[in-house]
Write a protein that binds this ligand. Sequence first.
Ligand code: C5P
Length: 313
Amino acid sequence: MKSYTLIAPAKINLYLEIVGDRPDGFHELVMILQSIELADRIAITPNKIPAFRVRCDRQELTNEKENLAYKAAQLMRQAFPEAFANWGGADIFIEKRIPIAAGLAGGSTDAAAVLVGLDLMWNLGLTKPELQDLGAQLGSDIPFCVLGGTAIATGRGEILDSIASLHSLWVVLAKSENLAVSTPWAYKTYRQQFGHTYIQDEEAMKSRARELHSSALMDAIAHNDGANIARNLYNDLEKAVLPEHPQVQKLKEAFQNAAVLGTMMSGSGPTVFALCESLEEAERVKAKVQAEMDDPAIGFWITQFSGHGISIQ
Ligand code: C5P
């Protein structure tokens, strides 16, 4: 049995619309998700014992059983008991590069990498849709992390429709290390404040997804028009998170002052991203925002759109 090292990219949301409540307690969403090159590295090594051991180079993630990567390994064990009995478990090492609790699907992409890695290690021959279905049992973003690139996501976020990959825009990400936003909190707060606007009718919910197909953002994506993609970024969760966290609002304003193509909070935040046409522009924006914010706790990353999900190194 071989060892594998997988590259697990983060994602940003170019579009996130909350449409209504679902019977399972989640929200019905219409989103456009985009992989970025900023990625974790996951090494999976057969350990020939009947257990999984998950380690990470970041202290915040030392509780292995709480880690989504560990849960993904346990799910594979339950789904494929014979493979586990025959081949044993694995040692999983996560080199964390994606900021944690940041709205970038860092935990989800590590879990997606474990699904892909164990499929390879145990030689199961699973298809992408099969891996995505397994991922959906653990988290709404995991199916997209398996697939990657650019995709429309509906339902809980697990129903995916790939869009031809975009020409690579540059992305500047910024996040304060003192701030983490809980995703359940963000959705709960949104429901409390905007629940009265939710669409109830199932057909009307579906038509929201259809309307996105003919939106200005989709047109910009089809034409690879970076300026118009950036102008049409959208995220409903900003309405819940920004009033509660003025630092995030301030960061967004600093990006706007730096004359970026467009800026938005990703997912449930608190990471703010800005889109730029070139690396030089991204570096200029980073320097300007860093100077304006003048806060050493804010981390900055420069990265690019990526056309793929989990890949083997
Ligand atoms: O699926 P995941 O575990 O990533 O979701 C985290 C939380 O975000 C859920 O427990 C739920 O509170 C909220 N959520 C939601 N509707 C979605 C996705 C997530 O309400 N479609």
